[in-house]
Ligand binder design. Sequence first.
Ligand SMILES: NC(=O)c1ccc[n+]([C@@H]2O[C@H](COP(=O)([O-])OP(=O)(O)OC[C@H]3O[C@@H](n4cnc5c(N)ncnc54)[C@H](OP(=O)(O)O)[C@@H]3O)[C@@H](O)[C@H]2O)c1
Length: 266
Amino acid sequence: MGTWRVGEGDLLRTQKEVEILKYGLQNGINVIDTAEMYGEGKAETVVGRAIKNFDRDSFQLISKFYPYHATPKLIKDSLEKSLKRLNTDYLDVYLLHWRGDTPLAETVQGLEAVKKEGLIKSWGVSNFSTSDLEELASVPDGENCQVNQDLYNLTSRGVEYSILPYQKKHNIDFMGYSPFGSDGNEYLNLKDEVGEVAAQKHISIFELLLAWVIRNNNVLSIPKTSSVDHFAMNLHAADIEFTPDELELLDKIYPKPTEETPLDTI
Ligand SMILES: NC(=O)c1ccc[n+]([C@@H]2O[C@H](COP(=O)([O-])OP(=O)(O)OC[C@H]3O[C@@H](n4cnc5c(N)ncnc54)[C@H](OP(=O)(O)O)[C@@H]3O)[C@@H](O)[C@H]2O)c1
């Protein structure tokens, strides 16, 4: 479950967000994605309230630090604050949210240090292109990068060209963010034909979008929802399969990339 924009509303909305995360954990969710940026720590606080009574080993917790906190000292400061808000003593994965000015070698050094201390189990990056990943691999311990998290949905398929193959080759897990094009869906303006494919399958467009992102079992998607009904739909997406004809049709509506394109981000 994603948590961008969580914790930014009134008390009632925040309580609802705590409940939906708990509901998620009770119903099969095993990854929660958050960041120090989300509500400047408010999303992490909501997650901390939600996970309080759950067995910490039964799910993975991922958070991210700002690029301007990417030096060894600031990474440790940020991490300690995140852990406190999250009510936990470790993260499963800690991500550099996007690339900034700090040299990658310095950031990796900081991440390896907090890993050695047991404060994180692994680390990764976000919004990295293939060339960023190649550069990362060239710095000391850079090959320990476990995850890259990039935008991925039906209308934004650029990562299929070289990022997904590169990550597969180098055993770096791929997390796709914003499967529905983000909150309010302001970034996703779907063509009508997608609705027709969904209607023929008797599923909602949201189920189609999510099932499509995870269709090859090589992408971890982190949809965000604050509704139990939406959550149930999103869980159901894990059981939806596409026929080759349906996939071909979707490829016609939103073609696969045929060349390297600049990385899409939100
Ligand atoms: N690394 C990065 O730079 C980065 C960038 C963006 C996002 N992320 C991560 O990825 C997560 C997901 O992306 P996102 O939050 O941008 O957007 P998203 O998951 O693509 O879309 C969230 C929107 O979809 C709605 N929704 C969810 N399930 C639905 C359903 N079944 N039917 C109808 N509407 C549904 C939600 O409304 P309701 O709440 O009403 O259900 C919300 O408005 C984030 O929360 C964050 O953790 C990372």
